[in-house]
Design a protein around this ligand. Structure first.
Ligand SMILES: [Zn+2]
Length: 239
């Protein structure tokens, strides 16, 4: 290959690398996007879960209260029954024992009543919490949808830019020697999207390994493609 040819080829590869660097960066960004949506979704779902648990707790309280109300009804009946028996008793002692029993049963009833009252108070608190959480969740839902839309828009923008870059790439490619292009692409894919690098301060722009003076001379001669001994990337010198 003539010297002028190799110089032109290298110039073509440098142009291609500029496009490919952006393509690589954009592709990486695009790959990370669905994860962003997943993170948002997980946070939203966990808040929904919190609300569901509150609602479950509220139902459990209601169920518990119904059981206590039944218990109280049984207790009231028991008191009535005991009171009914009170005047059929014959001795004073029996009367006193029964009265004590009635007082004890009533006391049990008071404890149940107290529990029912507390349960109502708890229910009210949870209801307020549920309402509050519902409002918050509605707001979160709005934010979540907006953020999701933003991520989707940004994916679309990336895709549009990628197709622009691809079109530009297609314009440059015919100018490059087929064999050289294949070599460039092989390095590009094995070296994280960076195939051709400049030598700066006597070191490789890809891996920062020192490039010996005789290698720098070889690059300047433009007789062959020169690659970095360490990372195998194509080297060139900014003139
Ligand atoms: Zn290198």
């Amino acid at each position: 290959m003539a010297i002028a040819d190799l110089k032109t080829q290298i110039t073509g590869l440098i142009k291609l690398q500029e496009l490919d660097s952006e393509i690589y960066a954009l592709n990486n960004k695009k790959i990370a996007k669905p994860q962003e949506i997943k993170v948002l979704e997980a946070s939203f779902e966990s808040k929904k879960q919190g609300l569901a648990e509150l609602e479950k707790k509220s139902l459990e309280l209601q169920k518990q209260r119904k059981e206590r109300e039944l218990e109280l009804a049984v207790n009231v009946e028991a008191v009535k029954k005991l009171q009914g028996q009170l005047y059929s008793l014959k001795t004073n002692k029996e009367f006193q024992t029964m009265q004590q029993q009635i007082a004890d049963t009533k006391a049990d009833g008071s404890v149940i009543e107290e529990k029912i009252l507390i349960s109502f108070e708890e229910s009210d608190k949870i209801k307020a919490q549920v309402e509050n959480e519902n409002l918050k969740l509605k707001e979160e839902d709005k934010i979540f949808s907006e953020q999701k839309k933003k991520v989707e828009i940004s994916i679309k923008e990336i895709e549009e830019r990628l197709s622009q870059l691809d079109a530009q790439r297609k314009q440059i490619i015919p100018e490059i020697d087929q064999k050289m292009l294949l070599e460039y692409e092989r390095i590009l894919h094995s070296r994280g999207g960076l195939a051709i690098v400049t030598v700066k301060d006597n070191s490789c722009g890809g891996c920062h390994m020192l490039v010996p003076p005789q290698v720098i001379n070889l690059i300047k001669m433009y007789e062959h493609i020169i690659t970095c001994e360490m990372c195998n990337r194509i080297l060139y010198i900014n003139e």
